[in-house]
Design a protein around this ligand. Structure first.
Ligand code: FES
Length: 580
């Protein structure tokens, strides 16, 4: 912890727009005054942008305008000038072809929104899966003082007395319908029970994971991640964050002071302890790239290897975010990591103090939700990084969501060339497949889909499900929803659309998985693999124009975070020339 607060008062960047009596300053101030802001609001106090991903088409963030008002209260109380600014919002539930394709576009828009306007610090008002990483990426690239406030998870879902987890039960119910164990009518009735309140997915899916990652990175106030969206304490958190960002601007406490290599190591270990989403791998790699931190897949494996999954939440366990909050939330988990010697205790947080000071007094109120380590869901819960001739640059698997008996397996490949091929064949009883096979899905990576859709946990064939089998090994270059489960190998790099070995796997090839040895291989000689690769041709042409063209031309592999190559790095927040 080497941070030294800047001296205060000093002239802030917003004064380049608002401070002075020249024509340009009068122009900038005068137009703002049409909203009724008094003259002294422009006197050099910190201008705080509240970057709001509110949208009625991003249902998980639809309540964020209310929280923005609470943030504003906090900013005003601390002597700042709050301005609410809408930013690009991509809903996981409905953005096509996939919200992931727009994460980088959103990050780019956020970066320029901040850099080009009179802001001294920003509050990142986020919730749904991609909104959290995209705003963190944009904020990291501008490196102005920034604090994350998430919208919080939905209340528990219940269907006929049973907990229903967002996403997790959607996959379960849809497999049950295919297996003939649930009627379509019951499925429709269950739909209404899944989303009972405002907020993001209530499982330890990607939204809850990324909220936890923001907190573990030190970019949100302690305790932020788990507070339910409708709990009054969520509003308090928003207000306190509004107060805090003003002091962060005065101290000049920036993302680069908080998101150090030590902070990323803390987040990776926290991800293992909470049984977090595999999507965190891609997002943290991308965020690190924006701050200029050298974070790799090997860091994920190194840091996550010995972390036990102690948070008993779906999809790995049985509870939901509401219970995690009542049990004490992420501070309890971070305290456990610290006691086990797995936390960089000195890592700085947005509160201005070390992370250990934030969590050392946390109390676990429910040991069935946050388990003692001897009752952990898995002793080695971190994301495992696999390598071999099928994934030379790596692939990932979440052991806590996998079936233990499949973690070492050799099976015959059943290949789907893309998602349409999968959909066309999977329900056909003539498909030559059984539960010992390995399902292989190609062309669903960052370039291939495009956008790397969450289709890696492809549903099993009905004829296997009808035998009562609920898991098979699946391999792809896709992602998987954080709410999903199964022995699913993801992010295979290089991806098929980029000519990775995945592209040339054929029906009948034998695939060998050994998670303990971190190995994923196809039983082919080097000569045979090289021969097939020399004959490989991409499946589809690149789009000729538009954002899809930009994305496919510049997106990097999943193994480095799938950012656009020209957006990697921190470009800071120079004020630039006035245009008048
Ligand atoms: Fe938005 Fe899950 S779909 S958080």
């Amino acid at each position: 912890m080497t941070f030294k607060p800047a001296s205060w008062p000093r002239r802030l960047r917003s004064q380049e727009w608002f401070g002075g009596t020249g024509r340009d300053q009068i122009y900038h101030r005068g137009w703002m005054k049409n909203q009724g802001f008094p003259h002294d609001m422009f006197d050099g106090r910190p201008v705080i942008g509240i970057l709001n991903t509110w949208s009625e088409l991003t249902p998980c963030n639809a309540h964020l305008r209310d929280l923005a008002e609470r943030v504003k209260n906090g900013v005003l109380e601390a002597g700042g000038f709050p301005v609410e600014v809408p930013v690009f919002s991509a809903a996981e539930s409905s953005f096509r072809p996939t919200a992931m394709m727009y994460r980088n576009l959103a990050a780019l828009a956020v970066e320029e929104t901040v850099r080009g306007q009179p802001m001294d610090g920003v509050v990142l008002l986020v919730g749904c899966d991609k909104t959290t990483p995209s705003l963190l990426m944009g904020a990291a690239s501008t490196d102005l003082p920034s604090i994350v406030v998430t919208g919080g998870p939905m209340l528990n879902g219940y269907f006929r007395g049973e907990r229903v987890g967002s996403g997790t039960h959607l996959w379960k119910f849809s497999e049950a319908v295919k297996a003939g164990e649930m009627t379509q009518e019951d499925f429709l009735e269950a739909e209404a029970s899944m989303s009972r309140s405002p907020g993001s997915c209530n499982t330890m899916g990607t939204a809850s994971t990324m909220a936890s990652m923001a907190e573990a990175l030190g970019m949100a106030l302690s305790g932020n991640a788990a507070i339910p969206a409708v709990d009054s304490r969520r509003r308090v958190m928003a207000q306190m964050s509004g107060r805090r960002i003003v002091d962060m601007v005065k101290d000049d406490l920036k993302p680069s002071d908080v998101m150090t290599k030590q902070a990323f190591e803390n987040a990776i270990r926290a991800n293992g302890a909470i049984g977090g989403s595999t999507n965190a791998v891609i997002h943290l790699l991308a965020i690190a790239g924006r701050v200029g931190i050298d974070l790799t897949l090997d860091d994920w494996d190194r840091c996550g290897r010995d972390v036990a999954t102690i948070v008993n939440l779906m999809p790995s366990g049985k509870y939901l975010m509401e219970e995690f909050f009542y049990a004490g939330g992420l501070p309890v988990v971070l305290k456990r990591l610290g006691e086990a010697g797995l936390l960089n205790k000195d890592a700085m947080t947005v509160s201005g103090t070390a992370i250990w000071d934030e969590v050392k007094n946390a109390v676990n109120h429910n040991e069935d939700v946050i388990l003692p380590v001897e009752k952990a869901l898995t002793a080695q819960g971190g994301i495992a990084v696999l390598k071999g001739n099928l994934a030379p640059r790596g692939a990932v698997i979440k052991p806590s969501a996998a079936s233990p008996h499949l973690l070492k397996h050799r099976g015959r490949a059943v290949v789907f060339e893309d998602i349409d091929d999968y959909k066309a064949k999977i329900n056909d009883d003539a498909l030559d497949i059984d539960e010992t096979c390995v399902m292989v899905l190609k062309n669903c990576g960052p370039k291939g889909y495009p956008g790397m859709a969450e289709v890696g946990n492809m549903g099993l064939p009905p004829k296997v499900l009808k035998k009562g089998i609920t898991d098979m090994i699946r391999i792809s270059d896709a992602r998987m929803s954080g709410t999903a489960y199964g022995t699913v190998i993801l992010h295979t790099s290089p991806e098929a659309a980029d000519g990775g070995p995945l592209a040339v796997i054929e029906n009948g090839d034998m695939i060998e998985l050994d998670v303990a040895a971190r190995s994923i291989r196809v039983d082919l000689s080097d000569e045979e693999l090289a021969k097939r690769l020399s004959n490989w041709k991409p499946l589809a042409d690149k789009p000729a124009s538009g954002y899809a063209w930009l994305h496919q031309s510049h997106v990097r592999g999943a193994d480095t975070g799938a950012d656009l190559d020209f957006l990697i790095g921190c470009r800071g927040s120079p004020v630039g020339k006035d245009s008048h």
